[in-house]
Every structure is written in structure tokens, then in C-alpha cells.
Design a protein around this ligand. Structure first.
Ligand code: SF4
Length: 366
């Protein structure tokens, strides 16, 4: 190849490269302006608000997360307010949203921001990424939305849009697939407008290029979409070896004395620091539940089995089959064992934060 052809090839590659960015970005931005939802965290560059919204929206639909965001901003308008709060108050506000480790991480990170960064959110990607509970996606989101840094977000929506646009066949949950997604994304990511780009592509994935029945007929990127031209929209993105859901059994002993019940604070696991009825993590019969209650908690009064309520609760990797055995006690001599304490049943879920599973039970038993 002569010198002239060599440079002309490079020139053509570079111009196609920028043309691609320009065309896809322009089409995406146009679509975004006309279709975006008006969400409060989109009207701010405050890193605290953006961080809060991103953590709240992980594994959560926007409609479900929005009231929580408004509640949190109202109770804790700044990162200092959040750091100064009691963990129990944060968990109480978080109640019903699930994945409680997010709330605990939020609280401990607020402490770090106040102590280490004097209440100012760090403004570079590496410092943001180093904070507890913040992964690649959240660090890119905060960096671009709050500080205009050129980091592209990759979440489920972006994975789907890119894998369809570029016809990526490798499973997106495997390293090879992720590497392809990143390379493809680099080709079209608009580094000069990272915040707009990230918002637009995520919204496009959420509203237009949806997992099921994407609106391809009316899609501005249709002419550039390989999945569409090769009729693979319904099979892309591919995923391999989905996580197996484990079945687990919980038996809760609900001991009642009038309007009072007995609960304890959980020390570890996904429901760490939440309150619950005494739990045995296996299946039990009614008789076993009564014997367990009398033996484990030194119950001396008359024990009367009252009812059992069965509830199924699905988490990301687990399906819990729970039975809540209600036992009425007339008198009690010594129950304060294993950190169990007496409280009004009504206070569980109000004063004492609890899991969604226990909330389901409380709703059913009324
Ligand atoms: S044509 Fe369909 S699959 Fe392709 S980007 Fe548009 S909505 Fe997504």
C-alpha cells in the first residue's frame, strides 16, 4: 500500500468513526428530548442527590423508587444529615424496598464522605469508585451526571441496546460478551456530552428498546440496528447459565401475649440489623414449633397454638417458603433469652424496621 492510500484509509476510518458517533448520538439525543420522563434526579448536578437516586434505583423500578427518593431527600437533605442519622431510622425509611445492604452501605459511605472528604463528595472517578457500595456503573453515573466526566455507564439497559445495535452474539453476562459491549460502546460514546449520552441511552433502553416487545417499527436507530436487520431482536442479548434459585425454608415463632410479641435484631445476612420474630431456618410441624418455643425461650405459661400463615417470598437467588406459627401465651417467666425482647406487635415495621417478608405476614394476619 502506498503512502497516499495508507493515509486516505486512516482518514476514512477516522471520519466514519466520528460520523457514527455523531449520527447515533444525534438520533439518540433527539429521541431523548422528545421522550424522557421528568425525574427529580435529572434536574440536579448535586452528587449527593445523584448518588442517592442511583443506589435507590438499583434492582428497583423507577415508579417504586421515586417515593423513596423523595422521602430520603426530605428527611436527609444533605450527606451530613444522612451521616448523622441513626441506622434504624434509615432502615425504617428503606423498609419495603429490599436489598437492605444498600441502605447500610449508604449510611457508612455518608460517614466516610463527612469524615474523610469534609462533607464534599469526591469529584474524581477513582475516589468515587473506592466508596463502599459504589461499583463501576454507579461511579460512572455520578462522575458523568455530577461532574461531567467522560465515563460511559453500562447497566442492563445499555447492555441490551448495544448488544442489539451491534448484533453481539456472545453472552453479555460473560467476560467475552462484556469486552465486546465495551469496545462497541467506545465507538459511539459521545465523550463531549457524557451526562446527556448516559441519560439518553439508559432511557432509550428503558422505554424504547425494552426486553420484550421493543418498539422497532418506530425506532430512530432501526436503520443502524444489526439485530433488527438480521431478525434477532428477540434473541439478543444472550445470557448464559442463569443463576439457580435455591429453595429455603423458614419457620417463624410468633409468640403473643395480648397485644405484645417477642422479636430480636438480626445480626447477619441480607436482613442484618432488621428485626424479626424468632426464626428456625428449616421446615417445622406445629408440634415442633410449640416444643421449640417452650424449650428455647423457657416459656412457663399456658401455650396455645393459634394459627399458621404460609408465605412465599422470592429474592434474586432464593425462594423462601416461610411459615409463621402464632402461639398465645398466658404468662411468661423468662423469655429474655437470645436477645429476644418484648414489644407491641404494632411497633414491628414502624419503630423496628423489618424485612418485606415479615411485612407481608403482618399485613396478612390483620
Ligand atoms: S430497532 Fe429495535 S432492537 Fe434495534 S435499537 Fe431499535 S428498538 Fe432496539
Amino acid at each position: 500500500m502506498d503512502k497516499f492510500s495508507f493515509f486516505s484509509n486512516i482518514l476514512s476510518f477516522v471520519s466514519t468513526f466520528f460520523e457514527n458517533i455523531l449520527k447515533i448520538a444525534t438520533l439518540l439525543f433527539e429521541w431523548y428530548v422528545n421522550n424522557k420522563r421528568d425525574l427529580p434526579w435529572r434536574n440536579t448536578e448535586d452528587p449527593y442527590c445523584i448518588w442517592l437516586s442511583e443506589i435507590l434505583l438499583q434492582q428497583t423500578r423507577v415508579a417504586q423508587g421515586l417515593p423513596y427518593y423523595l422521602k430520603f431527600i426530605e428527611h436527609f437533605p444533605t450527606v451530613k444529615d444522612l451521616a448523622a442519622a441513626r441506622e434504624e431510622d434509615i432502615l425504617n425509611l428503606w423498609q419495603g424496598l429490599g436489598y437492605y445492604s444498600r441502605a447500610r452501605n449508604l449510611h457508612s459511605t455518608a460517614h466516610v464522605i463527612v469524615k474523610k472528604y469534609k462533607g464534599q463528595f469526591p469529584s474524581n472517578y477513582n475516589d468515587i469508585r473506592a466508596l463502599k457500595g459504589i461499583g463501576d456503573y454507579t461511579a460512572a453515573a455520578i462522575s458523568s451526571f455530577a461532574f461531567g466526566l467522560p465515563h460511559a455507564v453500562i447497566d442492563g439497559n445499555v447492555n441490551r441496546v448495544i448488544s442489539r445495535l451491534f448484533g453481539i452474539e456472545n453472552p453479555i453476562n460473560k467476560p467475552a460478551g462484556q469486552a465486546e459491549i465495551k469496545t462497541a460502546l467506545e465507538q459511539i460514546f459521545d465523550r463531549s456530552r457524557p451526562a446527556l449520552w448516559n441519560q439518553a441511552i439508559m432511557e432509550f433502553g428503558a422505554l424504547q428498546c425494552t426486553p420484550k416487545n421493543p418498539n422497532c417499527i418506530d425506532c430512530p436507530l432501526c436503520a443502524k440496528c444489526q439485530a433488527w436487520s438480521s431478525k434477532k431482536v428477540n434473541i439478543l442479548p444472550r445470557k448464559e447459565g442463569k443463576t439457580k434459585v435455591m429453595h429455603v425454608f423458614h419457620s417463624y415463632i410468633v409468640m403473643m401475649r395480648g397485644s405484645k410479641t417477642y422479636i430480636h435484631k438480626r445480626e447477619k445476612g441480607i436482613w442484618e440489623n432488621l428485626y424479626q420474630f424468632p426464626l428456625v431456618e428449616r421446615q417445622m410441624t406445629i408440634n415442633e414449633a410449640i416444643i421449640h418455643a417452650t424449650e428455647a425461650y423457657d416459656i412457663q405459661g399456658i401455650v396455645h397454638f393459634h394459627s399458621v400463615i404460609e408465605i412465599e417470598h422470592v429474592l434474586s437467588h432464593r425462594k423462601i417458603f416461610a411459615k409463621f406459627y402464632t402461639i398465645s401465651l398466658n404468662t411468661i417467666s423468662e423469655i429474655l433469652k437470645n436477645d429476644i425482647f418484648e414489644t407491641e406487635l404494632d411497633d414491628l415495621g414502624k419503630v423496628f424496621p423489618t424485612s418485606v417478608l415479615t411485612l407481608k405476614y403482618l399485613k396478612q394476619q390483620k
